[in-house]
Design a protein around this ligand. Structure first.
Ligand code: SAM
Length: 341
């Protein structure tokens, strides 16, 4: 019997952030000069992560995605992949990366049991990549994607955050790049999450606009109907080529959200927009039994009523979720790169 929250949503998808560090500074995620990092001694080791994953799996989680920060910065992340991939009861294990370190690690990740990989790529133009991320690493990302398409032939995706005036003229180029690399592209509406301190409504390109842009180039686009709690709605071009749109900002899907997030220091968040999480590291390190941890996770999930993206949509005057001065002075857990995208 699935564990359900107050809106009958099952506990199923767990996003595991394995580090809060990143080797890029994407302007929509980490735009500032200074960051408060999680203290090193708070970061869960692999055995601790594995123990918590066991508790989640016992309560119904069957899909895990490793993320960050940049997960490939975590030393020996392939070892963790192997530990999680070996767990009975897990139907799906995936990883989201910016791709900078992927060319060197793709083989080891596959050998460890990873079958699905998402690479974030917002532009194919070097000048834009540098402006967006503050690093001249587009070539490394493209080399990573090249390696990944051979190593993950059936499980490669590209995630693109679309921002007006930044990369909204590259939808076709990115879709064609994905096609050439056997990767399904998913266009993400710019979200006003913690870290997106420069967000404003006029910079959001809506799903409707994206579809209109693509229809001008490709003609007819059909929705692919499927029963899924995945965040992306999928569409097919007339020649059958598929892509996705994640419209969390203009058409949120809180009612079917079965995702929660565990930070690298063991804080568990039930919504990307939650301002408070539940500390699982403390009880784990203080010797809580499996049953006690399971009871904490179960009772927290059963009380869950978050509808963060829907509540944001209902705001009359919508601005950045967390003002920049609060990001710097308050809590690193408010940041997207800590919480895990
Ligand atoms: N470093 C990895 C990466 O780049 O994929 C994993 C972490 S990153 C936080 C995960 C995803 O969150 C990326 O695809 C990123 O584009 C997305 N993201 C971050 N800030 C966002 C925002 N304001 N709106 C939409 N997506 C965002």
């Amino acid at each position: 019997m699935a564990l359900l929250d107050t809106l009958a949503r099952p506990l199923r998808n767990l996003r595991l952030s394995v580090t809060d560090r990143c080797n890029l500074r994407c302007e929509y995620c980490m735009p500032e000069d200074d960051y408060v990092w999680l203290p090193r001694e708070d970061i869960l080791n692999f055995e601790e992560i594995s123990a918590l994953v066991d508790r989640f799996i016992a309560l119904g989680v069957d899909r895990v995605r490793l993320t960050g920060g940049e997960p490939l910065l975590r030393r020996d992340v392939a070892t963790l992949v192997g530990m999680v991939a070996a767990k009975p009861g897990l139907a799906d294990l995936a990883l989201t990366t910016n791709g900078v370190l992927l060319a060197d690690q793709a083989e080891a990740l596959r050998a460890a049991g990873l079958r699905r990989m998402t690479v974030s790529l917002d532009t194919l133009r070097r000048d834009r990549f540098i402006a967006l991320t503050r690093f001249d690493r587009l070539d490394a990302v493209l080399a990573g994607l090249d390696a990944a398409r051979h190593v993950f032939p059936a499980g490669l995706k590209i995630d693109t955050v679309v921002i007006r005036g930044v990369n909204d003229d590259e939808l076709v180029d990115l879709l064609e790049y994905g096609r050439a690399h056997s990767a399904e592209v998913r266009f993400i509406e710019y979200m006003d999450v913690g870290g997106a301190s420069r967000w404003s409504p006029d910079r959001v390109v809506s799903r409707q606009e994206m579809l209109a842009t693509l229809a001008r180039r490709y003609g007819r686009i059909d929705p692919i109907s499927e029963h899924s709690s995945a965040p992306a709605d999928r569409f097919a071009l007339a020649d059958g080529h598929a892509f996705g749109i994640i419209s969390s900002t203009t058409q949120p899907f809180c009612r079917s959200c079965d995702r929660s997030r565990l930070t690298a220091d063991g804080m568990w968040y039930l919504c990307l927009y939650a301002t408070a999480g539940v500390d699982l590291r403390g009880p784990l390190r203080h010797g809580a039994s499996d049953e006690e941890l399971a009871a904490l996770i179960a009772s927290t999930w059963q009380a869950r009523r978050d509808r963060g993206a829907e509540e944001r949509l209902a705001l009359a005057d919508r601005r950045a979720f967390v003002p920049v001065q609060d990001l710097l002075r308050r809590d690193p857990h408010l940041e997207m790169h800590t919480r895990g995208g």
